[in-house]
Each structure stands twice: as C-alpha cells, then as structure tokens.
Design a binder for this molecule. Structure first.
Ligand code: FMN
Length: 213
C-alpha cells in the first residue's frame, strides 16, 4: 500500500495555555499542529473560558482518536488547571476506567510540554532538585489506568531562553512526529499497557456520577 493510500490515524490534541498571547513556544507548536488536517486541535482555554467543559463532546473526540496529545506549559510541576479539570471531568469512572470503562483502551497518550526551568535545573543539585522524570508518574499512571500507552514525552526545557532557531527546530520535529505517527521506531518495542483494575469501592458509584451530570 503506498503512503498516500494509508488512512491517517485519528489524532486529537488537547492544548492548554492560560495566556497564549505571552507564549513563545506552545503557541507555535499549536500553530504547527493546526497545519495538519488530520489532527483535531482542542484549545481548552479558548473553548472553556468559564471552565464549563462539554464532557460528552470531549469524550466523543477522544474516543474517535488513536493518539491523544497533551500540549501545555508545565505549571507548578504539573499541568495547567483547566487541563487537570478536563481529566477530572472527562475521564469518568465507568467510561475511561473501572467497570466497563474501556473507551480509551489501546490508545496512546503523548505529553508535549515546556518548562521555564532549564534541563540543568532539573537535577538533584539544581533548584528544581529532581530530574524531570520524577514529575511524570501521575501522567504515566493516568494513561495506564485508562489502558493507554504513555509514549515518550517531548519536552523543551528553558523555554524563555532557547533561541528562535531552537524553537523552530522543535516545532518542526513535533509536526514531523505527528505526521509519521504511528510509525515511530520506539513504539515497536513498547510493551502493551498493564491492566489496572480499580475495585468498585475505590470511587463513587457509577450511578451517582451519572446523576451528577
Ligand atoms: C503559574 C506558573 C507556574 C509555573 N511553574 C513552573 C514549574 O513548575 N516548572 C518550570 O520549569 N516552569 C514553570 N513555569 C514556567 C512555564 O513552564 C514557562 O513559562 C512555559 O513553559 C513557557 O512556555 P510558553 O512560551 O509556551 O508560554 C511556570 C509558569 C507559570 C505562569
């Protein structure tokens, strides 16, 4: 089958930046993703300025994708608040995980993030005191709980100091990666996601959540 006959896998990109106008890097990554017609871009702060997330619409978008990309600046060693709320509200028990919660099983999750701190600052002797990997387990385990593979993240450290050329090269690598997914060499050897069964008593009952909608 030639390259052009291959159906493009669904890619949904969830982008969260509380202040796009001041963004040096994420804004350009977002612009790059928007040039790719098969990538569905969902700009969370633009869509939900009042934090009132349309859960069914978001669930429908991610359920249709093979790859879910999280794009954001690192804030307080984590994700911006609206992206966290997106996880809280969209990844429901009984839908994304737990009994019958299989909507995301077999999909891939890819974190694309920037930090203000340089790579050297993410070191036991640096002011951030930990290697950046130490901040990844919440993402990784969120993916695992939903039956998703957590792909190797794409990070740009020192976002305020890197040159315009470095940013341009980073954006180009990002769009190339989106273009070549799922033909990434490192995915061949990646193990399938481990099964993580959440016992009923560890979350509110599914019918209570349905009533709260
Ligand atoms: C509220 C807030 C919290 C931040 N927390 C961190 C942090 O924990 N670690 C870090 O390296 N940078 C932190 N930063 C810096 C951002 O990560 C940085 O400004 C961003 O990655 C730059 O990307 P942009 O050019 O797309 O805005 C923080 C910035 C803000 C506004």
């Amino acid at each position: 089958m030639d390259e052009f006959a291959k159906p493009a896998p669904g890619v949904v990109l969830l982008a969260a930046h509380p202040n796009w106008r001041e963004s040096r890097v994420n804004r350009l990554l977002l612009d790059g993703a928007r040039t790719l017609p098969w990538v569905q871009v969902r700009d969370l702060y633009a869509s939900y300025p009042d934090y009132d997330i349309d859960v069914p619409a978001e669930q429908e978008a991610v359920a249709a994708a093979s790859l879910v990309v999280l794009l954001h600046p690192v804030q307080w060693y984590s994700m911006p608040a609206l992206m966290k709320l997106w996880l809280d509200e969209v990844l429901r028990y009984g839908w994304a995980y737990g009994p019958h919660g299989t909507a995301l099983q077999g999909k891939d999750l890819w974190l694309v993030a920037t930090t203000g701190g340089t790579e050297a600052s993410y070191h036991p002797q640096g002011y951030n005191r930990y290697f950046f990997d130490a901040f990844l387990p919440p993402y990784e385990q969120t993916a695992a709980l939903c039956g998703m593979r957590f792909l190797p993240p794409m990070l740009l450290h020192g976002a305020h100091r890197v040159s315009a050329e470095e940013i341009a090269a980073h954006v180009q690598t990002f769009t190339q990666r989106l273009g070549s997914y799922p033909d990434w060499p490192e995915l061949e050897d990646m193990p399938a996601c481990p099964a993580c069964d959440v016992p009923q008593g560890d979350r509110p009952a599914v019918h209570d959540q349905a009533a709260a909608r």
